[in-house]
Design a protein around this ligand. Sequence first.
Ligand SMILES: [Zn+2]
Length: 277
Amino acid sequence: MPELPEVENVAAALRLNLLGRPVTGLRVRFGGVFAPSARAVRAAILGKTLREVHRHGKYLILTFAADPSTTDSTETHLMLHLRMTGQVFVLAGYRPDKHVHAIFDFDGLAVHYRDIRKFGRFTLVDDPRQPSAIDHVGPDMLAVRFGTWHRSIAHRRAPIKALLLDQGIAAGLGNIYVDEALFRARIHPLTTPVALTRTELHEILRSAKAVLRLAIRHGGTTFLNFTNFHGQPGNFRRKLRVYGRTAEPCYLCGTPIARLRIAGRSSHYCPHCQPGR
Ligand SMILES: [Zn+2]
């Protein structure tokens, strides 16, 4: 499942390759990935130029505008959520398989949308910064300030692991990155915020952002079938210190990495470096 780092890499690739290019065509093979409909999306973006790509958590918001020389000043905002298996890419010589549901033509550049599970969506939205369609989603994890985050989390009595996964508090931190961030901060995943000092909470947020930035630099962590804009997998997986390393020795102290279930998700941690309280 693409997480924040993968989505940020998609955003960077879209910005680098497509900003300033007009949409000259949209071929739809499965209309179900468009909301409210493929027809509405096509009418909204065709002939318009991509002006901005904004990321909020795992959501991308693409802003299209008409050429400034025309009298049409309306902007169109198209939100993309890749969900489980959505992929956006440009590949020279690529022959679309049955999982490619839409092909955008950006002035001669073919951009494919491929999605095996078909859960991903392109949705027309009203606002490029905080669309009403995602008003249940908290501030972006990389952009959130400590004061804001601290106010929404400090009084909570749930495990820190569950709260970091709660997209309503801050958006974009998935299971892998929560485990990695808590290992860096030396905090047991079951610890509750009320048992933590302000300094420890500060360290947790700092670690979460550091892990995300490192993963972005490495193209994300590829599981299942996620690849980047040009079809290459991310390689952050090699940097993981606890996630997926159950019973293997901790890189810092040699203690076997332990696993337990919290909020329905597997949690990996070092019992020595991250003692319970
Ligand atoms: Zn350890």
